[in-house]
Structure formats: C-alpha cells, structure tokens
Design a protein around this ligand. Structure first.
Ligand code: IVH
Length: 704
C-alpha cells in the first residue's frame, strides 16, 4: 500500500483507506487469535494501526463502527469464553535417560513405602505432540470442551471440538459426569496438504503439525475448524462420577470401548526395563507413525496408587514423560546480548542466524552466565572440552521439548580469525550500577534494585503474569509500554491507573493500541484483581527463591498477610520466629533468608506496603478439611512410620486441612511418633502435647 501523507489525503481516499485498514487489521487479528502465523509482522501491524488512528484523528467523522482502534489490545484468550477446570489440568515431569526413569521408579516406590522387589506395573503411552483438551459429558452428552489454558482456566472451544470426528457427541452407559482428557493433533500428511491450501489462499504456512492443530482448534469460526483434519487420542480423565476401572490400562480400554481413539502403542509394563524396551520400540517406529510424538509417558497403572501418590504443584507424582533426545542444528552466533531479570541477574542471550531445529525456527538461545560462555560448568569443571563461545562462532543449537534452546557445541575450525573472547560486563547495561558476583554464584547481579528500570519492568511483568495477578488486558507488552511512558513504576501504580488516567479515558484512548472498550476492559480487569488470594500475592512479589510452590507453603502456613509479615519481621537468624519459618516443610534457610531480606529492605517494603493498601487479600483456601478431625491442627511426624511414608503422611494430613511442621513447639497439637522417635517425642511430652502412635494416627484419619 503506497502511503500518502495524511495531511493531503482527500476525504474519499481517507474513507477508502480506513476500510482497507479495518479489513487488513481484522484479518491480522484473526490470524493472531487463531494462533496461526500472522500474515504481517508485529511492526507492520503497529504501523498500520498508528496510521489508522492518525487518519481517524484528522477525519473523526469517518471513524468506522468496526474501527481497529477499538478492537485492539484484546489478548487471544479473550476471544473465547473461559472455563474453570474442576480438576486442574497438569503437566508432566520429564525424564531424558534410563537413569531418570530409574529415579522415577524409585521415588514412586519410596513414596509408597515399597521395596525394589515389590511388583509395580506401569502403563506406557506415546506422548502425542498436540494440544490437550478436556471434554465434559453430562448424562452421556458432550456439553463442553475446553483447552488447558493455564491448567486452572481454559478456553471454551465446544463448538470447534464438536467438528472433530474422533470425539463422540454421546456416550452410552456412563455416569452423570465424565470428563475425558486427551490430545488434539494432526497427521503429518494432512498438515502438508493444509499448508498447500494455505499457500494457495496467500496464507503463511504453519510451522509444524502441532501449531496447525492449535491454530485450527482455536478458530473463532467453527466452520473453519470443521474443514481442518483434526484428530483426538484420549489418555486420561478429570472429574468422574463413577470410576472407569481400577487401572490406567483398563480405564483406557474402557474409553476405547466408549468410542474414543486410544493410542494403539499403549502397553502395560511390569518394570522399568520393560518401559525402556517399549521406549526403544516406539522410538524406532516414530518416523513411520504418521503423526508427531515427542516421547513416551509412563504412568503408575494402579489407580488407587495414583490416588495415594497425588500431585506436586503442577505435575503428578505417578507419571513422567520420557522425552526423545533433543534436536540439533548448526548456525552462526551473531551477537551476545545481556538481559537484566527481575532479581537483577545479568543473563547473556545468544542472537543466532535463524535456523530450524525440530520444526521450529530458533533465533535466540540462552548462554546461562559468564562461566558458561568461558567454557566452565557449575563446579569449575570444563564444559565443551573447555571451548569458549565467541561472537561469530559456528555453534550447535539444541532444543528438547519446550525448553529454551541452548548451545551444545562450538566448531573451532569455523571460528573467524578476528573472533575475540567475550568480555562479560561488570556493570548493569541498563542502569550502570555495579553487577558483582556473590561468592559461590555464577551469576552477576545488578545491585541497582528498584532504581534499575530493567529490574522494575521485569518485576512488573512477573507481577501481572499468569500465576501471579494475571490481570485481563494487562500483559507483558502493555506493562512495558506503560513503564516506558512513566505511567507505572511499581505494582501499586497499576491500581491507581484508573484514578490517574481513567477520567474520560481520553489519555488512554489516545494511546497507541487502546480504544474506549479495551481501556474499560483494562480497568475492570484491574478492579477484579483487588481481591487476591494470599499465595498469588506472595508469588507476585517476585522475591528470589520464592516460587509458586514456596508461596503456597507460606500462605498455607501463615494464613494471612498480617501473620506472614509479623513472622518475617520478627525473624532473624536463630531466633524463634526464624525457627518457625524453617519449621515449614519445604521452606529452607535460602528461601527464608531471601524473604526476610526482601521484606526487610526499607524501599522494597514501602513499595509492597503501597501495593497491599489497594488490596483485599484472601486468606488462602486450605483444603477444606471439612469434618476432618485434624483440620487446623499442627502435626509433627517423628520416628519411623510403617504404614505410609513420611511424604505420604504429610500430603494426607495437609489434604485434610492440617499443617505439618518439622519441629515441636508450643503450637504443635499432635505428635505422631513411630519407633525410634527421640528428642521430638520427649519435647512433646514435656510440653504436654498429645502423642500418638501410627496405628492411632491411621485410625484418626480413617485410613486404618
Ligand atoms: S498425561 C496429569 N498422557 O503432554 C497427567 N499427557 O507435558 C497429564 N500429552 O499437557 C498428562 N500425550 O497435553 C498425558 N499420553 C499422554 C500424553 C500427554 C501427550 C501432553 C498433554 C500434557 C502434556 C504434559
């Protein structure tokens, strides 16, 4: 499109161009929302939008009812209604070699208190490289289909799922509620044919069958999905009103009998050796299957044992994905950039000549830290035979699954003569503050704290991220924009945005990428998050070493923000408050120390207090423990347990609403003492705390 200067545009030309822009931008949005490859790149999209706005500014009466100005800023997920998963959709831990598989088997046995000789079956299934989908049947009728989303909330794609032939619309002989989970995928030849059709209509090709499946399922218009050759393998389930079977294998057979496609390579295996043999067999067939798989999933077969093993924060203890080896490719390292993270870490990033690695174009890779670039591993040992990495080098890139691509090797024979060793900066490239290395840490950190704009922006991005405040309409991109313009500098500023810029929305409306509707949506998105669960708040602060799991432990232990801050403020190494922090199972001195330091820093604390003033913090929803005899009690396990392992006892107690502590104090309610209990039992006795043996404990929780 030749672009005339806006000042000289005639009204007719302006009308015509606004119509064209509306169409082009709408198409681009559709591509984007459909997770397809966009037909235009981000920069072009932004330029067209700016031009559209500028024309509208000159001819306000020509602004169209479908003006792109009002339609932007909507994240893809807003296109579909949201579905809260009754049971969270989890991901899987990974194994990369036989040793990892052996570790998995022994950790399962350890958790269950089984010896290496006890029989333990697994079911092994190919890991299909598609996207997961949860199908809800009520009284045998398909009523809802939802994508995984963040695991808790997915997108409602019911109309689209109904167009997939592998998905039955009705089931006979099932209970009131049955949620079937599985993978939507596309055959490689269907993918190739689809790309030919895409090219014919001037669309960009999909990168791989997985992207094509995702783009096809997430179409706003289900008639488009219907024309795409999608398939579905069932591999699991969510909420059930009646059990399907007693074992994973039989449950899959039952789903097969109900009309679902079950992967034909699924096998029951009696040992890790049998798993590895099947893995080798499936790896051999991989190239001729006709669809992409990226590993083999091993699941404990007995569903009662799966139930006992339960879940970690995002992955089951009873399953693991044994991934196929990473894909490799060689390319040129064009530059090394330094990024500054939210905790100030200086992370070197390799900028690469784009290269396809396993179906995905890679142009960046992580370089970890300065030692890694220099050719030293964590403990000073050589990596890559001690070869350093230089700008200009010919490097081997690999990626395994969704992990960030890494550099595996350097070909010294291809090194340009003028290549020089990389000199890692000792000051922050953004704010200029010193970036020292602490003893024992391979990472340099900018010590600019809140004055470093890079740290501030990264903290803000973390603050709005999915597992944190997850504010509708406020993603990383918008945060960057607002921070750059000085509208927000810290999380508290988000909650005053409306007061500062909301009146008449004029200022926001005039900004790039915002219209009345998206501005209103943003403000209501922010308002909605003034109420926030305690664990999310703790995680959102981006305190080093306090991740999602740590935040959940702290929230569960302290219950309220006031209790948490009072305890942290009182804690200093070796005093009682410190011991109380460390008594939380899963909280060690590193996390506790980081928490105490962060909340103790005056400027940082003031910033947090400003934020908290805008919030209503919801005490964390403990497992209801309703009617449970141990709800709200603090329990200490000591000595040897025989019926269940310590880990299982802890998980059970927590699921029934109790707190489990590692040390006995006046706050302890019950000490469960097995044989060999020592000082903890005697301390409990001297404090007059109830002590019971394992049999009494099992009876108490109804497990005897
Ligand atoms: S089981 C709680 N089985 O892999 C267990 N997942 O990395 C949940 N996937 O989100 C997953 N094939 O989309 C399972 N046979 C299989 C699978 C499979 C593919 C996907 C699934 C999941 C992801 C986890």
């Amino acid at each position: 499109m030749a672009e005339a200067t806006i000042e000289t545009l005639t009204e007719d030309a302006a009308r015509q161009e606004l119509a064209e822009l509306a169409q082009r931008l709408a198409e681009a949005n559709e591509d984007y929302h459909g997770a397809d490859y966009p037909r235009i790149d981000d920069a072009t999209y932004d330029r067209l939008k700016r031009r559209n706005q500028a024309i509208e500014a000159r001819f306000p009466h020509l602004k169209r009812s479908d003006s792109p100005t009002d339609a932007v800023g909507a994240p893809a997920s807003d296109a579909f209604s949201k579905v809260a998963h009754q049971q969270r959709m989890m991901s899987l831990g990974n194994a990369f070699d036989a040793a990892d598989v052996a570790d998995f088997d022994s950790s399962v046995r350890k958790y269950l208190g089984m010896s290496a000789a006890d029989p333990l079956d697994y079911t092994a299934e190919p890991k299909i490289d598609g996207l997961s989908l949860s199908l809800r049947y009520e009284d045998g009728q398909l009523v809802q289909a939802a994508t995984r989303g963040d695991g808790r909330t997915g997108e409602n794609v019911t109309a689209n799922a109904r167009t997939i032939a592998d998905i039955p619309q009705t089931l006979t002989g099932v209970g009131a509620v049955l949620e079937v989970r599985g993978e939507v995928y596309m055959h490689q030849d269907d993918f190739a044919a689809l790309n030919v059709r895409q090219a014919e209509v001037g669309g960009k090709p999909f990168a791989n069958p997985r992207n094509a499946a995702a783009g096809s399922l997430r179409q706003l218009d289900a008639t488009i999905t219907a024309r795409r050759p999608l398939r579905f393998f069932a591999y699991g389930w969510g909420t059930l009103s009646e059990p399907l079977a007693d074992t994973q294998f039989d449950a899959l057979e039952r789903l097969g009998a109900l009309g679902f496609s079950i992967n034909p390579l699924t096998r029951r295996c009696p040992s890790p050796d049998a798993l590895l043999a099947l893995y080798a067999e499936i790896a051999q067939q991989r190239a001729t299957l006709g669809y992409d798989i990226d590993g083999v999933v091993y699941k404990v077969d007995d569903l009662a044992l799966q139930g006992r093993l339960g879940f970690r924060s995002t992955t089951p203890r009873w399953a693991i994905a044994h991934k196929f080896p990473a894909e490799l490719a060689w390319t040129r390292l064009e530059a090394i950039d330094i990024q500054v993270g939210r905790t100030g870490a200086l992370s070197p990033v390799a900028r690469l000549t784009p290269v396809t690695v396993g179906g995905v174009v890679v142009s960046n890779a992580t370089l970890h830290n300065e030692d890694y670039i220099a050719g030293h591993g964590a403990k000073g040992a050589e990596i890559r035979d001690g070869k350093d990495i230089r700008v200009g080098d010919w490097v081997q890139v690999y990626r395994a699954g969704d992990v960030i691509p890494k550099i595996a090797d350097v070909d010294l024979s291809q090194r340009p003569e003028d290549a020089v060793s990389f000199v890692f900066p000792t000051t922050c490239p953004i704010c200029g503050s010193d970036a020292p290395r602490e003893a024992g840490d391979a990472v340099r950190r900018c010590n600019g704290g809140l004055i470093c704009p890079a740290q501030a922006v990264e903290k803000l991005k973390h603050f709005v991220s999915r597992a944190a405040f997850d504010i509708d309409g406020l993603g990383a991109k918008q945060v960057e924009q607002f921070a750059e313009d000085g509208w927000i500098a810290e999380p508290a500023d988000i909650f005053t945005l409306e007061a500062r810029y909301g009146s008449g929305l004029q200022q926001l409306k005039n900004r790039e990428g915002w219209g009345e509707k998206s501005a209103q949506n943003l403000f209501s998105g922010i308002r909605a998050k003034r109420q926030i669960p305690l664990d999310r708040l703790i995680f959102s602060l981006g305190i080093r070493h306090v991740g999602e799991a740590g935040a959940a432990l702290l929230a569960r232990h302290f219950g309220t923000w006031e209790a948490l801050t009072a305890a942290v403020d009182a804690a200093s190494p070796e005093n009682e408050a410190w011991a109380d922090l460390l008594s939380i199972d899963g909280v060690g001195s590193v996390m506790a120390g980081s928490l105490v330091t962060a909340l103790g820093q005056a400027a940082e604390r003031a910033s947090i207090d400003r934020l908290v003033a805008h919030l209503q913090i919801q005490p964390v929803a403990r497992p209801s423990g309703e009617g449970s005899p141990i709800a709200g009690k603090t329990i200490v396990f000591t000595g040897n347990l025989e019926q269940m392992t310590r880990a299982e006892a802890k998980a059970r107690a927590e699921a029934m609403g109790a707190k489990v502590s590692g040390s006995v104090s006046a706050k302890t309610d019950i000490v469960v003492a097995g044989p060999g209990a020592g000082s903890k039992a005697s301390k409990a006795e001297s404090l007059g705390i109830e002590i019971m043996d394992e049999a009494a404990w099992m009876a108490l929780i109804g497990a005897a």
